[in-house]
Design a protein around this ligand. Structure first.
Ligand code: FAD
Ligand code: SF4
Length: 563
């Protein structure tokens, strides 16, 4: 049986580590460089703004640009996608008494909640298992929250550079000294167009990688500094839609079971979320572990199928799809956290470091808390004028003392137990949560998603035909993501193009944006994979399943506004 990991992509982390190359007087010097304007990066920028306001002497020493944030999307929020039912702890700590939850762009606290086990036609209500209890949490659109946090960061003095992808990690004498941004205006073959702009070296005293899931430079840094954790990281793929609806939804809903298959051989772990967004909008999403084995599985099409369930059809009746998007979620948990969260000149935050509580489907508050703690560690080092290798280690200590560490420890084996199938896994997971992690299962083995052997079924034969009203095909979904990637830019996806048919089939079905098509047979048992990279919404699934996503030209990709 084929495994995607037997066909590695033409990619080497070492190609993305470089010394600064711009002449010294052309380099852009900043104090702290943050890569990624998501909740982690923006919380870091906001906290640094607060600290520098209290200590103008330190701000002065950091020069004209004390804090800069690079964001590859059109603006903060453009590439943000989440549930997003948010635990408010970290937001409250970040803003203290200066802002109340009501001052944030929120749809309010969770009003009530229900959990159902679905079969094709029925929905059996069950009491919410402990991880799915959301009393006290607040409902957001993460892209809206990102825009708001971006404005707060700028008000606190940060320079946000949108449409700018960090391509290379700048390392000099074993120390991270910033990042090089990607070129713009190249054609498909790499030649320079009339509007060509070369990337720049941004050099910084401290670089914070807050790139989120499948962070490009984060992966490069984990390899360069030997920071990979005890377990390999694994991921889930989430596909979601935002709907304008005729009737308000009065509760948040989670479902388990159908359309996923329970058998152990399928390894289909996941579930759906349906959250109200005010009076007239609802978000609906399906999250599935990428350790599945059936090459015919498509999370995009399973979500279309889910919407045909009588219970869910009723919620969406008379409504209209407003937006669509997809993104991966790191789900390896505690044992997959990096061995260290710092290297000389470097700090790692949020999803990039794998800080997600997967049974709770929560990562936003860990991202914000880690960003805040990274800001404090960077500030402490800068205040003392320190740059040696260990100056940033206080960040690791702070994370270990925080709720991020204790929460993730409590659910440390939660993802792995579902390798035993839905029912056994569910029972073990409940035992772990009820005992607050004290049930000791020993350390369960973990395998990379791309190591799972593949088989092919006719699962795809039962996906519903798109009707353009309730169910959609992948290309109309890409359109609904606002994706405006230039067609003629260089290909940013690294895969082995000649692979066995089942690997090609896996990629074609898995990609929610129809980037891969199965091409001609090559006569040696392999097929050629054809690519349409401009459809890519940068969800990151290909990196989990045997390829490698690199950042395309800044400003490419989706333009999420309400996801
Ligand atoms: C479907 C789904 C549902 C979820 N539901 C919930 C939920 O209900 N509650 C919850 O708490 N969590 C939820 N999560 C998880 C949550 O969204 C993440 O944990 C959180 O967004 C992580 O924040 P982050 O700042 O680390 O990364 P991100 O939010 O991913 O932000 C990273 C930012 O960095 C930018 N970036 C990345 N690389 C580069 C680069 N090289 N150069 C420039 N910019 C770059 C990206 O464009 C992005 O804007 C969900 C996730 C998904 C996918
Ligand atoms: S090509 Fe892009 S959209 Fe498709 S799976 Fe890969 S990262 Fe996701």
């Amino acid at each position: 049986m084929s495994r995607p990991s037997n066909f590695p992509p033409p990619f080497s982390s070492a190609d993305y580590v470089a010394e600064p190359t711009d002449p010294a007087d052309e380099r852009i010097e900043v104090g702290v460089l943050i890569v990624g304007a998501g909740p982690a990066g923006l919380a870091c920028a906001i906290r640094l703004g607060q600290l520098l306001e209290e200590h103008p002497d330190v701000a002065e020493r950091l020069g004209d640009v004390p804090v800069a944030v690079l964001e590859k999307g059109k603006q903060p929020g453009s590439h943000l996608l989440s549930g997003a039912v948010v635990d408010p702890r970290a937001l409250r700590r970040l803003f203290g008494s200066s802002l109340r939850m009501e001052d944030l762009p929120t749809f309010g606290p969770v009003p009530a909640e229900s959990v159902y086990v679905l079969t094709r036609r029925a929905a059996l209500p069950i009491p919410p298992p402990p991880p799915m209890r959301n009393h006290g949490n607040w409902i957001f659109s993460l892209s809206q929250l990102g825009r708001f946090l971006g404005e707060r960061a700028e008000a606190g003095g940060a320079l946000i550079l949108p449409e700018t992808a960090a391509q290379k990690l700048l390392v000099s004498h074993g120390r991270v000294v910033g990042a090089r941004t990607g070129d713009k205006g190249r054609n498909r073959e790499g030649g320079e167009l009339g509007n060509f702009e070369a990337g720049s070296d941004l050099v910084a005293k401290v670089t914070v990688l807050a790139e989120g899931t499948q962070g490009h430079l984060t992966g490069v840094a984990l390899d360069r500094f030997g920071l990979r954790g005890e377990d390999p990281q694994v991921w889930e793929l989430g596909v979601k839609e935002v709907w304008k609806v005729a009737k308000p939804l009065d509760r948040i809903i989670h479902t388990m079971g159908w359309p996923l298959r329970p058998g152990k051989r399928f390894r289909e772990f996941g579930g759906s979320f349906i959250y109200p967004m005010g009076e007239d909008m609802v978000t609906i999403g399906l999250v599935v572990g990428l350790d599945y084995r059936d090459a015919s599985l498509s999370v995009h099409d399973l979500l279309q199928e889910l919407k045909t369930h009588p219970k869910i059809r009723r919620i969406l009746a008379g409504g209209e799809r407003a937006q669509w998007g997809a993104k991966t979620i790191p789900s390896g948990g505690f044992h997959a956290l990096p061995a260290r969260l710092h290297a000389p000149g470097l700090l790692l935050c949020g999803d990039g470091a794998g800080m997600v509580n997967i049974p709770r489907l929560k990562g936003v508050h860990y991202a914000i808390e880690s960003g805040r703690l990274a800001a404090e560690a960077a500030f402490r080092a800068l205040q003392r004028g320190e740059t040696p290798a260990t100056a940033l280690s206080s960040y690791d200590d702070a994370v270990r003392d925080s709720f991020i560490w204790s929460d993730l420890y409590e659910v440390r084996n939660m993802r792995q137990v579902f390798g035993h199938g839905f029912f056994v896994g569910g029972a073990l997971a409940s035992a772990m949560t009820m005992s607050k992690g004290r049930v000791e299962l020993g350390k369960l083995p973990a395998e990379p998603d791309a190591d799972q052997p593949l088989f092919v079924t006719d699962r795809d034969a039962s996906y519903p035909a798109p009707d353009g009203k309730l169910t959609f095909d992948k290309l109309s979904s890409v359109f609904a993501s606002g994706n405006k990637t230039r067609d003629d830019q260089p290909n940013h996806i690294r895969i082995e193009r000649r692979v066995p048919p089942e690997v090609a089939r896996l990629w074609a079905h898995m990609c929610p944006a129809q980037v891969y098509e199965i091409g001609a047979e090559e006569g040696d048992g392999t097929v050629l994979v054809e690519l349409a990279p401009s459809n890519c919404v940068q969800c990151g699934a290909i990196t989990a399943k045997g390829g490698r996503l690199t950042p395309p030209e800044g400003g490419s990709g989706p333009e999420y506004t309400v996801t």
